[in-house]
Design a protein around this ligand. Structure first.
Ligand SMILES: Cc1cc2nc3c(=O)[nH]c(=O)nc-3n(C[C@H](O)[C@H](O)[C@H](O)COP(=O)(O)OP(=O)(O)OC[C@H]3O[C@@H](n4cnc5c(N)ncnc54)[C@H](O)[C@@H]3O)c2cc1C
Ligand code: FES
Length: 305
């Protein structure tokens, strides 16, 4: 293990201690006590993929599903970090196939965690697909602070839901969880945005936390604003380095002074206030630079260089 003192980030060769299929995903448990001790909900890790001789040089980023901090075990070196990985391409597929007791090179925790309310307020947590992975851990911390918590989970189909009740017993025990699927294979047929206004009203929501696809985050942010709640969203803008060096992950975000700046979602995010993100600047899920952003290129004849 290596870590820069005071940096709050560790680089570890983490042993995979468990790997199991959960619906369409692989749930990985990695032995990484240094990362487990530092991590908070909303943060992520960057994993090397493909093995030591791979030509796939860029790390792949994954939200931290939950941790078992080492301190709970008396500092015995048994702290773990859990991830939920969808097979989206070569890097994530490699990860889903790492054998138990194999090693993965991991940097984390990265990014800013979800801010927690200072008072006991109503909170709604919204997850799309594997985006629900960090929300259950967040829910535990919010409940410890006395917050009321309702959860909304959505996905295209039943197998792409993560954390939804699987059996009728689970369903009876899952008070406060609303499920939607696009195809109606579980829960309400439709999108999370169809049920969110009712859930926010029932929860008297003052904060709505969300993680999932950009289009979902946009509609959650708009619905939260209409309800008078603050949205806190975790974006999954494509990232290459994950540590603020490469600028791959820039996206337009409004500052408190009203100006729009292109910020790196890996270090300034991945969590942002939903009403600060310039959703109008996303085209097919990718951010373009708005003309009014600080430092935006000026069109020929527009007075720039
Ligand atoms: C902060 C953050 C948290 C994430 N959390 C999770 C998670 O918990 N579980 C999970 O399965 N995935 C998560 N992702 C997405 C994951 O990083 C990508 O799916 C993965 O990097 C794809 O790598 P690949 O080599 O398998 O596929 P590639 O060949 O690189 O890409 C395959 C497909 O995935 C798309 N893709 C690539 N990178 C991203 C990205 N960063 N975000 C969205 N789509 C992407 C590509 O456009 C392509 O369609 C997260 C991404 C970020 C930035
Ligand atoms: S991913 Fe490299 S700067 Fe954010």
């Amino acid at each position: 293990m290596t870590s820069r003192p005071g940096s709050g980030v560790a680089t570890v060769r983490a042993e995979l201690v468990a790997s199991r299929v959960v619906g369409a995903y692989q749930h990985l448990t990695l032995l990484a006590p240094e990362v487990a001790d530092l991590a908070r909900p909303g943060q992520f890790v960057a994993l090397a993929v493909g093995g030591p001789t791979s030509a796939t040089l860029l790390r792949r980023c994954f939200s931290i599903h939950r941790v078992t901090p080492d301190a709970r075990e008396g500092g015995s070196g048994s702290g773990t970090v859990e991830l939920v990985v969808a097979d989206a391409g070569p890097g994530s597929r490699w990860l889903t196939q790492v054998p138990v007791q194999g090693e993965v090179d991991l940097i984390g925790p990265l990014g800013k965690p979800f801010p927690l309310p200072t008072e006991a307020v109503g909170c709604v947590l919204v997850g799309g697909g594997y985006g629900s992975a960090p929300l259950f851990w967040l829910a535990e911390l919010l409940r410890e602070r006395g917050c009321g918590v309702e959860i909304v989970l959505g996905a295209a189909s039943r197998d792409r839901l993560f954390g939804a009740p699987q059996t009728s017993d689970d369903e009876r025990a899952s008070h406060g969880v609303t499920v939607t699927t696009d195809d109606g294979s579980q829960g309400v047929k439709g999108w999370v945005s169809d049920v969110l206004p009712e859930v926010m009203a029932r929860a008297d929501a003052q904060v709505v936390y969300a993680c999932g696809p950009m289009a979902m985050l946009r509609s959650v942010s708009e619905l939260a604003a209409a309800h008078g709640a603050v949205a806190q969203v975790a974006v999954e803008e494509a990232m290459a380095c994950g540590v603020g060096v490469c600028m791959t992950c820039v996206m337009p975000v409004r500052s408190s002074d009203g100006t729009t700046k292109m910020v790196r979602s890996c270090v300034e995010g991945p969590t942002f206030r939903g009403d600060r993100v310039r959703w109008d600047a996303f085209v097919d899920g990718h951010a373009v630079v708005p003309a009014d952003a600080v430092g935006a290129p000026v069109a020929a004849g527009g007075g720039g260089h």
